[in-house]
Unconditional design. Structure first.
Length: 115
Protein backbone atom coordinates (compact mmCIF):
# COMPACT_ATOMS: atom_id res chain seq x y z
CA UNK A 1 0.00 0.00 0.00
CA UNK A 2 1.38 3.37 -1.03
CA UNK A 3 1.57 5.97 1.72
CA UNK A 4 2.60 9.60 1.98
CA UNK A 5 4.13 11.39 4.95
CA UNK A 6 4.11 15.18 5.05
CA UNK A 7 6.33 17.39 7.20
CA UNK A 8 7.66 20.92 7.55
CA UNK A 9 4.63 22.85 8.71
CA UNK A 10 5.03 25.54 11.35
CA UNK A 11 3.79 28.89 12.66
CA UNK A 12 5.26 31.80 10.69
CA UNK A 13 4.66 35.53 10.47
CA UNK A 14 3.15 37.09 7.34
CA UNK A 15 5.79 37.45 4.65
CA UNK A 16 7.73 34.49 5.97
CA UNK A 17 8.75 31.27 4.21
CA UNK A 18 8.40 27.55 4.78
CA UNK A 19 9.45 24.44 2.92
CA UNK A 20 7.17 21.42 3.10
CA UNK A 21 8.30 17.91 2.28
CA UNK A 22 6.37 14.80 1.31
CA UNK A 23 7.85 11.31 1.26
CA UNK A 24 6.18 8.59 -0.78
CA UNK A 25 6.46 5.13 0.75
CA UNK A 26 5.69 1.84 -0.94
CA UNK A 27 6.26 2.68 -4.59
CA UNK A 28 8.45 4.77 -6.84
CA UNK A 29 7.54 8.44 -6.98
CA UNK A 30 8.56 8.50 -10.64
CA UNK A 31 5.31 6.73 -11.51
CA UNK A 32 3.13 9.60 -10.36
CA UNK A 33 2.10 13.10 -11.17
CA UNK A 34 2.03 14.67 -7.71
CA UNK A 35 0.39 17.62 -6.08
CA UNK A 36 0.13 19.60 -2.87
CA UNK A 37 -3.33 20.26 -1.52
CA UNK A 38 -4.55 22.28 1.43
CA UNK A 39 -7.63 22.45 3.59
CA UNK A 40 -8.44 25.46 5.71
CA UNK A 41 -10.94 25.25 8.59
CA UNK A 42 -14.48 25.12 7.28
CA UNK A 43 -13.38 24.91 3.65
CA UNK A 44 -13.01 22.18 1.07
CA UNK A 45 -9.64 20.71 0.22
CA UNK A 46 -8.09 22.44 -2.79
CA UNK A 47 -5.20 21.73 -5.12
CA UNK A 48 -2.36 24.21 -4.63
CA UNK A 49 0.31 23.03 -7.05
CA UNK A 50 1.16 19.98 -9.12
CA UNK A 51 4.14 18.56 -10.97
CA UNK A 52 4.22 16.04 -13.77
CA UNK A 53 6.44 12.97 -13.88
CA UNK A 54 8.65 14.94 -16.27
CA UNK A 55 9.00 17.86 -13.86
CA UNK A 56 6.59 20.35 -15.40
CA UNK A 57 5.18 22.39 -12.53
CA UNK A 58 1.88 24.24 -12.33
CA UNK A 59 0.34 26.24 -9.51
CA UNK A 60 -3.04 27.67 -8.70
CA UNK A 61 -3.72 31.35 -9.24
CA UNK A 62 -3.87 32.11 -5.55
CA UNK A 63 -0.27 30.96 -4.93
CA UNK A 64 1.36 31.61 -8.29
CA UNK A 65 4.63 33.46 -7.94
CA UNK A 66 4.84 32.59 -4.23
CA UNK A 67 4.83 28.78 -4.05
CA UNK A 68 7.09 26.42 -5.98
CA UNK A 69 6.65 22.66 -6.20
CA UNK A 70 9.57 20.34 -6.95
CA UNK A 71 10.33 16.64 -6.89
CA UNK A 72 13.29 14.35 -6.25
CA UNK A 73 12.61 10.91 -7.66
CA UNK A 74 15.82 9.52 -6.16
CA UNK A 75 14.77 10.49 -2.63
CA UNK A 76 11.10 9.79 -3.39
CA UNK A 77 10.11 13.23 -2.14
CA UNK A 78 7.98 16.13 -3.29
CA UNK A 79 8.60 19.58 -1.84
CA UNK A 80 6.67 22.84 -1.67
CA UNK A 81 8.64 26.03 -1.18
CA UNK A 82 6.30 28.69 0.16
CA UNK A 83 7.39 32.34 0.17
CA UNK A 84 5.59 35.58 0.97
CA UNK A 85 3.12 33.70 3.12
CA UNK A 86 -0.22 35.31 3.93
CA UNK A 87 -2.68 34.64 6.75
CA UNK A 88 -5.06 33.12 4.19
CA UNK A 89 -2.45 30.41 3.49
CA UNK A 90 -3.20 28.98 6.93
CA UNK A 91 -4.32 25.38 6.43
CA UNK A 92 -3.36 21.75 6.73
CA UNK A 93 -1.25 20.84 3.71
CA UNK A 94 -1.33 17.39 2.13
CA UNK A 95 0.39 15.71 -0.78
CA UNK A 96 -1.16 13.17 -3.11
CA UNK A 97 -1.32 12.28 -6.77
CA UNK A 98 -2.73 15.00 -9.01
CA UNK A 99 -4.99 16.14 -10.46
CA UNK A 100 -6.92 13.26 -8.86
CA UNK A 101 -5.98 12.02 -5.41
CA UNK A 102 -5.47 8.28 -5.71
CA UNK A 103 -3.43 7.53 -2.57
CA UNK A 104 -4.77 7.31 0.95
CA UNK A 105 -4.47 10.75 2.51
CA UNK A 106 -1.69 11.25 5.02
CA UNK A 107 -2.07 13.24 8.22
CA UNK A 108 -0.90 16.42 6.56
CA UNK A 109 1.22 19.16 8.04
CA UNK A 110 -0.18 22.30 9.68
CA UNK A 111 0.83 25.71 8.38
CA UNK A 112 -0.25 28.74 10.37
CA UNK A 113 0.50 32.29 9.24
CA UNK A 114 -0.08 34.88 11.92
CA UNK A 115 1.57 37.87 13.52
Amino acid sequence: QVQVVESGGDLVVPGGSLRLSCTVIGNSLSLYEMGWYRQAPGKQRELVAQITAHGHAMSSNFVRGRFTISRDDVKNTVSLQMDSLKPEDTAVYYCNTAPMALIYWGQGTQVAVSS
